[in-house]
Design a protein around this ligand. Structure first.
Ligand SMILES: Nc1ncnc2c1ncn2[C@@H]1O[C@H](COP(=O)(O)OP(=O)(O)OP(=O)(O)O)[C@@H](O)[C@H]1O
Ligand SMILES: [Mg+2]
Length: 302
């Protein structure tokens, strides 16, 4: 059965609004700058919403992974999250994708809460419609690509837009072609994922995430499953995308050069909380916390 969303594991839809938080001047759903004259240009443009975690708690059984976590990503800001294995980085991204359920606290995307909505002046748990609408703003690229294996590249890119966004088939195909050109895979449009290299699959996964016209893009160690010689190409692509779009970006990576290139700010995360944060040069060059120094040393030694 074909999936009904951008990612193989995906939930659902919005409803009402809430209070105010970091946001751009209006969350835009425009499809691009249309610079090419026909159809939508591949990269999302326009104001992106910010993100805020407010006293977020996430548990898996008795394992408290996020402990009243607070952090903010400004509209259009590019933030890299670093921290030890098992510290909860992927969990943060999965909460934003609504692939994990929030236990306590609030997650804001722009001026709306992701997991809550307002009803009769009260904040109540979000219904499926609210979740689905909020989630449309967020795209994610996974470490393991997660392409739909039974669909060719074209359908991987058109399935979500047609089924979830209600885009016409023709428009979805045109946009898919533009995106495949952007990621350098225009000639693979009819291939199946199994016929592609890891680097090519990851490029398709990036194009698929962008096909949903997200305003927030989440990248979870997107090059760590690639052969070393393929890493740079995918990183270069993402760097270009980050520069040419106005997306709000939250990226998990241990690749320091990439993190320096792609991010405005780095958050060092451990024990369910942010240990320190700052510009990449400072965090990687002169970290102020011992925990950050230990972590970076371990990464360099690995
Ligand atoms: N579905 C789940 N069920 C139970 N425990 C989980 C689940 N997902 C994650 N965890 C636990 O939550 C903690 C954080 O996991 P998470 O995957 O977020 O870490 P991470 O920082 O992304 O690690 P890595 O750098 O290895 O990818 C770990 O202890 C993990 O075992
Ligand atoms: Mg992870």
């Amino acid at each position: 059965m074909p999936p009904t969303d951008t990612t193989p594991e995906a939930p659902t839809p919005k409803d009402s609004g809430d209070d105010a938080v970091p946001k751009g001047e209006g969350v835009s759903t425009e499809k691009g700058d249309a610079a090419k004259g026909e159809g939508a240009a591949p990269l999302p443009r326009g104001e992106a919403p910010g993100i805020r975690f407010e006293k977020v708690i996430k548990r898996f059984g008795r394992n408290v992974v996020l402990r009243e976590l607070d952090f903010t990503v400004a509209p259009g800001e590019r933030v890299t999250l670093i921290g030890p294995s098992g510290s909860g980085k992927t969990t943060i991204l999965r909460l934003l994708m609504t692939l994990e359920k929030l236990d306590e606290g609030l997650i804001w995307i722009g001026d709306e809460t992701l997991w809550h909505m307002e009803r009769g002046g009260k904040r109540v748990p979000a219904n499926q419609k609210h979740l689905h609408e909020m989630r449309k703003q967020v795209g994610m690229v996974f470490q393991q690509f997660n392409l739909f294996p039974n669909m060719n590249v074209l359908r991987n890119l058109t399935e979500g837009p047609v089924r979830v966004l209600g885009v016409s088939k023709d428009e979805a195909v045109e946009r898919a072609r533009d995106l495949l050109d952007l990621v350098g895979l225009g000639d693979k449009i009819n291939s199946h994922p199994s016929q592609l290299s890891g680097g090519q699959q990851q490029r398709v996964a990036i194009a698929r995430a962008l096909a949903m016209q997200p305003r927030v893009l989440l990248l979870d160690e997107v090059t760590s499953a690639l052969d070393p010689e393929l890493v740079v190409g995918v990183q270069d692509l993402l760097r270009d995308i980050a520069r040419q779009s106005d997306l709000t970006l939250l990226c998990v990576t241990h690749e320091m050069t990439f993190a320096k290139d792609i991010s405005d700010r780095v958050l060092m995360f451990d024990g369910g909380q942010i240990v320190e944060e700052g510009p990449p040069d400072q965090i990687f060059g002169e970290p102020s916390e011992q925990r950050t120094r230990d972590f970076l040393q371990a990464v360099l030694a690995s």
